[in-house]
Design a protein. Structure first.
Length: 473
């Protein structure tokens, strides 16, 4: 016999053996005693009412009352008139110690890691309103299994939004909801692998998670260099490459834009070779000096797959993204998603649809763009103020920038020693397939930090880079 709280009251799991030799009352006492000793029942934990536990175990209520009374006498439980029976605080001294988990990382004093949005500015009130509206308006069918391709309302809202803001050629049928860009890439690699793909090209330097993901799918990642005009399209082989992943609007981590002649050359290469272009619209919403260039997919929807997410615009924790592609590929991706996990949580999808429809999403992006512009200006000013040997490159956009050291410091050593004084940033070598040595470039994030924090971080970095200080670290 076992109990796991099938009736009302807190759930506990006890196992009794009808032919175990020991009387049932002794078994109940021993099972509860062991649960307290090994820590499964912690001090202060409320136990089920005697009638509830008796019904679960299939024994008399009197037997459970007697077992509780005995354990109160032994000091394992406490009981007061009109109150629930609970595990005694004194029992903590006999309980098994809890094995400590991994140490919690020490909070970063100045978080200047690239790719970090302003999480503290997540629009909590607007999201709460949108979520509550979604909950109130959701039909009964919305609480069933989610659509593998995404909820129809969000797909329709996204298709309209992406067409309006990013020039994407999207319809609800060609738009799929996913759990972020990395999830989208995983789905694409699975489907392309089943089609017989073997090689996926990607930018170098680029997001360092991409190559392992491609390899994990059984495909071979092929690094292609990036220069001041973006992906070097001429370096793409004419044969043997099945797809290429690219950031046309704002390349990570260099910050360059794919030049117009390179965009045309990339579309022509895809048409010529039959390969797929996977456009990751990284930071596409956050250009400060002018409107961002439109999506590449809007230029060649048959050969370009468009990916995006709310990880930078709202928060990475939401795990909401999208894929826009041609119909046949959309069907294959939908089928693959259905087999893996059925789809994204419905209420979060409906909340995002409401946030976009209400105009709150556009307002939040405008506010975020202004905030990141201010942070970028604060970074420029601090570098000048503290005479840091850094030269910023790339367009004014996004939440990070490439910073080249103009003296003889090694960027990897700077990254390591900056962390010791509380400034957390990255070296370009983190994102290179074959890192150059000595390293000369840092990648500075300015999204998840205030202008004042940027000034303090740059002051600390300037002090660190003084010859005597740097050598002492």
């Amino acid at each position: 016999m076992s109990a796991s709280g099938t009736n009302s009251g807190p759930e506990i799991h006890l196992t009794l053996t009808a032919d175990g030799g020991a009387p049932l009352r002794a078994q109940v006492e021993a099972a509860l005693r062991d649960a307290v000793r090994d820590g499964r029942l912690r001090p202060g934990q409320r136990l089920p009412a005697s009638r509830v536990l008796a019904a679960d175990l299939g024994v008399s209520r009197r037997l459970v009352v007697e077992a509780y009374t005995q354990l109160v006498a032994e000091g394992y439980l406490t009981a007061r008139q009109g109150s629930a029976t609970r595990v005694s605080d004194v029992a903590a001294t006999t309980a098994a110690p809890i094995t400590p988990g991994p140490a919690v990382p020490v909070p970063r004093r100045w978080d200047m890691r690239p790719g970090q949005p302003a999480i503290s500015h997540f629009p909590r009130r607007a999201w709460r309103r949108a979520w509550l509206t979604a909950l109130a308006e959701a039909g009964n069918a919305d609480f069933g299994y989610p659509h593998a391709a995404g909820h129809p309302r969000l797909r329709a809202v996204l298709a309209a939004y992406l067409g309006r803001v990013r020039g994407v050629a999207a319809t609800p049928e060609s738009t799929l909801v996913c759990a972020g860009v990395m999830h989208a890439l995983d789905l694409l690699c699975r489907v392309l692998g089943r089609r017989g793909a073997r090689v996926i090209a990607l930018e170098d330097p680029g997001l360092h998670q991409r190559a392992p993901l491609i390899a994990h799918a059984g495909l071979r990642p092929l690094p292609i260099p990036v220069d001041g005009d973006g992906l070097v399209v001429d370096a793409l082989p004419e044969h043997g490459v099945d797809a290429v992943i690219v950031n046309p609007a704002h390349q990570f981590p260099t910050g360059v834009v794919l030049a117009p002649h390179r965009r045309e050359a990339l579309v022509a290469w895809a048409s010529r070779t039959g390969a797929l272009v996977i456009e990751d619209d990284y930071d596409g919403e956050f250009r400060f000096d002018r409107r961002a260039v439109g999506s590449l997919q809007g230029r060649a929807s048959a050969s370009v797959v468009y990916l995006g997410s709310v990880s930078k615009t709202l928060a990475p924790a939401l795990r909401l993204g999208w894929i826009v592609c041609e119909p046949r590929l959309a069907d294959e991706l939908r089928h693959s998603r259905f087999l893996i996990d059925r789809g994204n949580p419905t209420l979060e999808q409906l909340a995002l649809a409401e946030l976009i429809d209400s105009g709150a999403y556009d307002r939040h992006i405008r506010h975020s763009r202004a905030r990141y512009r201010e942070n970028r200006q604060a970074l420029d000013a601090a570098i000048t103020r503290y005479r840091l040997p850094l030269h910023l490159s790339g367009i004014p956009a996004g939440v990070q920038t490439l910073a080249t050291l103009t003296d003889d410091h090694d960027a990897d050593l700077v990254r390591e020693r900056a962390a010791r004084v509380g400034v957390h940033l990255e070296s370009l070598t983190t994102f290179q397939a074959a890192p150059a040595h000595p390293a000369r470039d840092l990648v500075l994030g300015y999204g998840n930090i205030t202008p004042g924090g940027i000034d303090q971080a740059m002051a600390a970095l300037a002090e660190l880079l003084r010859p005597r200080t740097f050598d002492s670290h």
